[in-house]
Design a binder for this molecule. Structure first.
Ligand code: SF4
Ligand code: SF4
Length: 156
């Protein structure tokens, strides 16, 4: 069975621009190899809210949260991003599991910057919230394309 496609067009395509995209020397985030089962949801960081405090980075069991390289937009505050292809959807970066009887939820991010989003919609979220427009444009192939690939796999 094949599901709906969740194409997210790059800013260049949306604008119909012929401007040549600058190449990136940064490594791609995704590691090679496929996993057996995709999570129903994965974590995405809203860069607007993130201060780069690294609290989430410390708790992720699969080390898939990264500090954004500061060389591109060094004048702005730093933030973190998630390699969605490696995220296992455990939610530990959103809240620490507690006993069911415990009324207090231990949240990790002090700025509520992390959202669990349906895997089939992850590309739209990354394209909308993964960083400033210029940053996303520069890093489209590294950030949005893998998210789109994952969304398509989840929808298939
Ligand atoms: S949901 Fe789990 S695997 Fe994904 S980024 Fe958060 S802590 Fe890491
Ligand atoms: S805990 Fe929140 S503010 Fe801190 S780096 Fe992670 S997403 Fe950003």
């Amino acid at each position: 069975m094949s599901g709906p496609r969740h194409d997210v067009q790059s800013p260049a395509r949306q604008a119909g621009s012929t401007k040549e995209r600058r190449t990136q020397v940064k490594p791609t985030m995704a590691k090679s190899g496929s996993r057996k089962k995709l999570p129903k949801e994965v974590a995405v960081i809203n860069a607007d809210n993130c201060t780069g405090c690294e609290a989430c980075l410390e708790v992720c069991p699969v080390d898939c949260i990264y500090k954004v390289p500061g060389d591109t937009i060094s004048v702005l505050q730093s933030w973190c991003e998630i390699d969605v292809e490696r995220c296992v959807g455990c939610e530990v970066c959103v809240h620490i599991p507690t006993k069911k009887s415990d009324p207090y939820e231990l949240t990790v991010c002090p700025w509520d910057a992390i959202e669990m989003v349906p895997t089939v919609e992850v590309a739209q979220y990354v394209a909308a919230k993964g960083g400033p427009p210029d940053y996303l444009y520069e890093n489209w192939d590294r950030l949005v394309v893998p998210a789109q690939r994952m969304a398509e796999l989840a929808a298939s």
